[in-house]
Design a binder for this molecule. Sequence first.
Ligand code: ATP
Ligand code: MG
Length: 227
Amino acid sequence: MRRIVILGTGTGVGKTHVSVALGRALSARSAATGSPRRFALLKPIESGFSPDAPSDASRLAAESQAISLPSQHPRYALAEPISPHLAARRAGICIDIPSLQSWLAEWEREQQADAGDLAVIETAGGVFTPLSETSTNFDLARALEPARWVLVAPDALGVLHELTATLTALAARGRSPDFVALSAAREPDASTGSNAAELRRLGIADPAAVLGRDANDLARLLERLLA
Ligand SMILES: Nc1ncnc2c1ncn2[C@@H]1O[C@H](COP(=O)(O)OP(=O)(O)OP(=O)(O)O)[C@@H](O)[C@H]1O
Ligand SMILES: [Mg+2]
């Protein structure tokens, strides 16, 4: 199964919004081309999770197509709305990356997945949000390779700095994202709408997608993810 890992420059930057939009675009593309595609949108770790309230996991599950989700989803459902490492510690458990790897690999086997199938995997918080005393989402994304990484950032003031800092740290660790996407996750400000062009002009990043409040420009990202 082809894996797409959705990373963020922080929490609340639009990772779920981008994942859902990708799911809808995949669905529309399947319908238009008449070639059905199986895909699932997954949230392996979620903090602030309650089974009785809408969650990222339930929003993502609702957009998945023609494929059953893992029976335990999220694999780590953490009640407290704090960093996953702390929510796990307070719940008396430890988030274990090898367990997440086998959770995903077993589910892919059960689905008899092939290379045309897609799993879109949303991480919890930012790229360097801790999952345990010794690991972050970066380590999880590494463990899920081979995968395409999409780094989501807000289309808002501060993003020039946030993307510079995140991309510099990722490059220093030897793995940069394959794509950058901007999403209008924050209240629109005077920079919203012009950040993609400015990121290109300054040589910081070349966003493959910009998701506004009214319109999505996802075609380029989708084509490149499916190539
Ligand atoms: N392009 C957009 N247009 C309108 N609203 C958006 C857009 N992108 C994000 N939002 C809104 O911004 C808020 C934060 O977005 P989202 O939940 O996708 O962030 P996240 O990175 O998944 O957060 P978390 O770290 O909690 O998982 C949500 O209310 C979402 O609906
Ligand atoms: Mg989310």
